[in-house]
Design a protein. Structure first.
Lengths: 584, 291
């Protein structure tokens, strides 16, 4: 059934309405849509709304760094030879000419000196790897400090933690590939870590190295893990992470018009496409600047790996620095059983501790949900001060991490600050336990003071800086009520109900049933978690405060007309067109 | 040509039986012997007496500046509980004095874990006098001559081979304490292996030869003079080569790299994130009037 378009009216006015000829772009879009049928879902997705805040872009740094890593990494694989076969170097770098080395190291030198742009790509890849993990970590901190890990986003938190773990492993395998002195020292250390595990350690080491260290298998194996296995997993998990982000919708800061049911912001196209696309180029540009200007991992100075050599300043990249620090400050404790040695000094800091810390990190949202018993969905973020115990917990963990980090660089700290490496070690042995506790207490009290301040602003208004003198000669500072929008934002949070321990049922003899010990523990933790928190004022309290303010206003009204110069700025008078200091 | 030679030889030989021939031959012989002796004889033979004079002057300086800790005859001073205030200097040689005093490490300003490098107190002449005095206490390594640590006189290929060899010796023996490019490293209880970039070759040679403070001694039996020269050549090649990767971040390895990644890289990116979030399509754009 075809319609003769010439006979259809083109409009309701005098001339007939006929559809315009589709544009070329439209024709291509129709062609694609006829075959893929994506228009319906695209129409929805490109209008997807995201809220705007700088802290929501931290994860994006990690995402774009990952793209830079893929781009530069592909370039590097075109020249890198993942082989431990021995060759004699005859490339451009004079100081190593004629030296026997592995093909992996020789090809790293070739990339650095004989491939056009190779050194830039190597340095960009390495800087980008450091930024990738660093951006993941600050993104994690943002999520936790603002409560974005709560229901329904717990599983996305778990995925994010796995990304952090995989990113770290990916970094470690990449660090090991060039087979320079630092790489080899790192692999040797990893071999030792594995062997510190009771019973299975030596088997695992033999399995990984295909025999005794170093063997000839480790570089090709690490290469496959580095360019295929972990990147594949990272890609899949990043995809899942972002699909869940779209599915859950992005969290937002509270404010007028923002609820748990909506998202206030701008659509994907054109605003976020432009912002995110632009941010990619910024990340790429910063990485390129660093790769071009700042030397990183100068493998030619380290020389090829040789188990008989080592250099001062042998450290892992920063993200492996904290377990290295734990290893450095651990007292040398060993046990001997029937001719076997169990090296607690290696096993505890480098195998047990990171595993434990990672498990704690993974479980944080679940632990919090168990303590609070909160089963509701949360899409509005919390300010860190409004969850003092949570904020303090993360600051304690950060303090622990930071002190371990310092321990990992103890030799560099010693020579740059002219300190004794022994004293640094002794100090940190205590500080890693005391520091987090002190940080927890200070942060928690700090948050509560900020809550008190917020309460004061809500009830009594903000400080205007105008000092009033009463007829009796007393001085008071004038407070003015804050704007309703700000008051709304500050009060858009839940009241934390300190729970009452549920009364236990009694059996037929009137004896109360036993409470499970876990429930008692949970009750105690919950009480401690909320203890001293300042709840937002109730409607009555707000009203009373307002009433009080009006009353005060009435008292001060008597002064009106006798006000000294400048007192017309007390907030009760129209001051349009006046300046505070007159004309001069 | 042959005819000419024959003719002149004939002229000379015509006088061979002359009355002065014997005297001339003897004078020529003496001149050649003396000249050759002067050219090949050990240099010290001529300055033996001035060495003694130097040592005497050096002793005067030693008694004022060094004897408090090292003893009036350089025998060292011990405390009652057996600790050493200053070690014996018998047999340390002129090289040790030239290193310790020439780099300002001695005289020490105060006791400590390690004598730090500082501006030298003594002039070059005074250092030579002190060195001569300490060398007179017992046989020890002499101050190396520039020819011992210079690559002058080697062909380009030999120089390159020397640098490569020196690099391998450096990476095997020195980097464990002094770091892969000589930036220095930490030693127990506040000690440190100092930075050796930019240090005069003579002092590097003397340090290897005498093993100052916590450093091992790389004697000539252990590390022949040619290999010491190669290590110095490698270090100098590191200094003269361009910074291929850009700014070296202090040559300290991954710790300073991590610091730069966080502070410079991530700092800049978070700054850009704040900037991007602050610029957007806004329905209301309040501008604060500063006046």
């Amino acid at each position: 059934m075809s319609i003769d378009m010439n006979k259809v009216a083109t409009s309701n006015t005098t001339s007939a309405a006929i559809p315009r000829k589709p544009s070329k772009v439209g024709a291509v879009a129709t062609w694609v849509d006829d075959r893929l049928g994506l228009a319906t879902s695209m129409k929805k997705q490109i209008r997807k709304v995201f809220p705007d805040h700088w802290s929501f872009m931290l994860g994006e740094i990690a995402l774009w760094s990952f793209v830079v890593l893929l781009l530069t990494g592909v370039f590097l694989t075109l020249w890198f030879t993942p082989s431990m076969g021995e060759v004699q170097y005859n490339g451009s770098y004079d100081q190593l000419r004629g030296i026997h080395m592995s093909e992996a190291y020789a090809s790293s030198l070739k990339l650095s000196f004989d491939v056009r742009g190779g050194l830039l790509m190597r340095q960009m890849h390495h800087w980008s790897a450091m930024l990738f993990v660093a951006a993941m970590m600050i993104h994690l901190l943002r999520v936790f400090f603002t409560g974005a890990h709560r229901k329904p986003r717990e599983l996305n938190w778990v995925i994010g933690c796995l990304l952090l773990l995989l990113g770290t492993l990916e970094g470690f395998t990449g660090y090991s590939l060039p087979d320079d002195l630092l790489s080899g020292t790192g692999i040797r250390a990893a071999d030792g870590f594995m062997k510190s595990m009771p019973v299975v350690g030596t088997y695992m080491s033999f399995f990984l190295f295909g025999g005794e260290f170093p063997g000839e298998a480790i570089i090709p194996r690490l290469f496959t893990i580095h360019v295929l296995l972990i990147p594949g997993l990272l890609l899949a998990l990043i995809a899942a992470h972002m699909l869940l982000l779209v599915y859950h919708k992005h969290t937002q800061w509270p404010g007028p018009g923002r609820t748990e049911q909506n998202v206030v912001g701008y659509p994907m196209l054109p605003v976020y496409a432009a912002k995110a696309g632009g941010f990619f180029f910024i990340v790429f540009g910063v990485t390129a600047m660093m790769g071009g200007l700042l030397s990183i991992n100068p493998v030619w100075k380290f020389g090829p790996y040789d188990p008989t050599k080592v250099t001062a300043g042998s450290q892992p990249d920063w993200y492996m620095g904290w377990p290295d620090g734990a290893l450095r400050i651990m007292p040398g404790i060993e046990s001997h059983f029937w001719g076997h040695t169990l090296s607690w000094n290696v096993f505890l800091p480098i195998i047990v501790l990171p595993g434990l810390m990672f498990t704690i990190l993974l479980l944080l949202p679940f632990i919090e949900a168990w303590v609070t018993g909160d089963k509701r969905e949360h899409h509005l973020l919390q300010r860190p001060r409004n969850a003092p115990t949570r904020t303090a917990t993360m600051v304690a963990l950060m303090t622990f991490y930071g002190l371990m980090w310092a321990a990992g660089g103890n030799d560099i700290i010693a020579i740059t600050l002219h300190l004794s490496i022994n004293q640094i070690t002794y100090f940190l042995r205590g500080a890693v336990f005391i520091g987090p506790v002190v940080a927890f207490l200070i942060t928690r009290r700090w948050c509560i003071s900020l809550q008190r301040h917020d309460e004061g602003v809500l009830l009594h208004g903000y400080e205007t800086g105008i000092i009033m003198r009463s007829p009796e000669g007393g001085y008071t500072e004038k407070h003015l009520p804050i704007s309703p929008a700000r008051a709304y934002t500050m009060t858009a949070r839940d009241r934390e109900e300190v729970p009452v321990l549920e009364t236990l049922e009694t059996d037929e003899n009137g004896v109360p049933k036993k409470r499970s010990p876990l429930a008692g523990l949970r009750y105690r933790i919950r009480t401690l978690m909320y203890a001293d928190n300042i709840q937002k004022p109730t409607a009555e309290e707000l009203e009373a405060a307002q009433h009080h303010a009006e009353h005060e206003h009435d008292l001060q009204a008597a002064l009106d007309g006798h006000a000294a110069d400048g007192h017309q700025f007390d907030g009760h008078h129209a001051v349009e067109g006046e300046t505070l200091r007159g004309d001069h | 040509m042959v005819r000419f030679l024959n003719r002149s030889a004939g002229r000379l030989s015509r006088h061979r039986r002359g009355p002065l021939a014997g005297l001339v031959v003897m004078l020529l012989g003496l001149l050649m012997t003396g000249g050759l002796y002067a050219a090949f004889a050990p240099a010290q033979a001529g300055s033996a007496e001035s060495d003694t004079a130097l040592a005497a002057k050096g002793r005067q300086l030693f008694l004022v500046g060094c004897a408090t800790c090292h003893g009036q005859n350089g025998e060292g001073v011990r405390t009652q509980d057996g600790n050493q205030i200053g070690p014996s200097l018998v047999g340390v040689g002129a090289a040790a004095v030239d290193f310790q005093v020439g780099t300002g490490r001695m005289p020490m300003a105060q006791p400590g874990q390690q004598a730090p490098q500082k501006t030298p107190v003594y002039s070059a002449d005074e250092i030579a006098q002190l060195a001569a005095y300490v060398a007179s206490l017992g046989p020890g390594p002499a101050i190396p001559d520039e020819s011992q640590y210079s690559l002058a006189g080697l062909t380009a290929a030999e120089r390159e081979a020397a640098i490569v060899r020196g690099g391998q010796i450096f990476l095997t023996n020195c980097t464990a304490c002094h770091n892969f490019e000589g930036s220095g490293g930490a030693m127990p209880r506040g000690g440190y292996a100092p930075k050796i970039r930019g240090v005069e070759p003579k002092y590097i040679y003397e340090a290897m030869l005498t093993g100052p403070q916590a450093m091992d001694t790389f004697s000539n039996g252990n590390l022949p003079p040619a290999e010491k020269r190669d290590v110095i050549a490698y270090l100098q090649s590191l200094e003269t080569q361009p910074a291929y990767g850009g700014f070296g971040l202090g040559g300290l390895g991954p710790v300073s790299e991590g610091l730069f990644a966080w502070l410079v890289g991530l700092g800049a990116l978070v700054g850009f994130a704040v900037w991007i979030a602050a610029h957007t399509t806004r329905s209301e754009k309040k501008k604060v009037d500063a006046t």
